[in-house]
Design a binder for this molecule. Structure first.
Ligand code: GLV
Length: 320
């Protein structure tokens, strides 16, 4: 039996599979584990099953000890893990791709609709019991039909978002580091563009790239200045891809029309400037938050950890 440390609450199915084979220590509270508690808890672990809220760095790996074999993130994004530090210590890292694609694309589309049709703003008017009545020019938004959706990072989630947007009559453009398969280009009638072209020509720009030093503040003052004044920015990827202070300025000054954000630069903190803006739709990192998706994520993370502990090839290894 190996020692498996699970750093936060995860759905029962995945946890039960780990417990069936190993000695599991799991953080049971709804509150996130503190750093001190985390460092103490991982001591002696052979495998760590981590949440995206936990920073897995050299200090933590050293606290775990040299017997540690794996870190299995219950997330597709793994920017909370210092992968080179794991590699240096021979620790394998896994994530949970695939199972959260549709749920996250649903949230991207929800944000596109909320931002372009001013749904948050409208709801706030009703809830505040402010006077209102139907008016020819009251709270007009932007229609999606014939507009260009620019996808930054056309991976699984970007493609799933594009499919949905196509059904709304949007034209799809994208950037991607490697060529997209022909059948996807054909299905979506998707047009490749450079990042600059995409920024300048999109009516809605949706971020779906991983966060890394290369994508830190990918969207900042310069980029907002080059977007259409009528355009919207959507972020369901990771907060620090966007320079939040620069976004506040761009939204305030009318440099861009609006934004829909599921993720924030210093989560769970939100830039106070955003809170004051009616043209920002703000939701609390709900991309993968369905019962089915979270169960599938825990199940895959368990599969990954169990495979490594059994000495076999883990299906979802990631490398630096
Ligand atoms: C959620 O943000 C994830 O990366 O799984």
């Amino acid at each position: 039996m190996a020692k498996v440390v699970v750093t936060g609450k995860i759905p029962a199915g995945g946890l039960a599979r780990l417990k069936a084979e190993h000695d599991v220590t799991a953080w049971e509270s709804d509150d996130a584990i503190s750093r001190t508690e985390l460092l103490a808890m991982v001591a002696g672990a052979d495998a760590i099953v981590s949440l995206l809220t936990e920073k897995i760095d050299g200090e933590l790996l050293d606290a775990a000890g040299p017997q540690l074999k794996s870190v299995s993130n219950v997330a597709v994004g793994y920017n909370n893990i210092d992968v080179p530090a794991c590699e240096n210590r021979g620790v394998l890292v896994t994530n949970t791709p695939g199972v959260l694609t549709e749920a996250t694309a649903d949230i991207a589309i929800s944000l596109i609709l909320m931002a372009t049709r001013r749904l948050g703003e409208g709801e706030r008017v009703i809830r505040a019991q402010e006077p209102w009545q139907w008016g020819m020019f009251y709270m007009l938004g932007m229609g999606l039909q014939g507009r260009q959706l620019g996808i930054v990072g056309m991976g699984q989630i970007g493609i799933a978002t594009a499919r949905r947007a196509k059904a709304f009559g949007m034209n799809i453009a994208y950037t991607r580091r490697t060529p997209l398969e022909d059948h996807v280009i054909e299905e979506l009638d998707a047009k490749f563009m450079t990042m600059d072209e995409l920024i300048e020509s999109s009516d809605v720009l949706s971020l779906h790239c991983p966060y890394s030093p290369a994508t830190h503040h990918l969207m900042s003052e310069n980029q907002f200045a080059r977007m259409k004044k009528t355009a919207f920015l959507i972020n369901t990827a990771r907060g620090p891809i966007v320079d939040e202070a620069a976004l506040v300025t761009a939204l305030k000054s009318g440099e861009i029309a609006g934004a829909g954000l599921d993720v924030f630069e210093n989560e769970p903190a939100v830039h106070p400037g955003l809170l004051e803006l009616d043209n920002a739709v703000l939701i609390p990192h709900l991309g993968s938050a369905t019962v089915e998706t979270r169960a599938a994520m825990a199940d895959i993370a368990a599969t990954n950890a169990l495979a490594i502990l059994a000495g076999s090839q883990a299906p979802n290894l990631v490398t630096s």
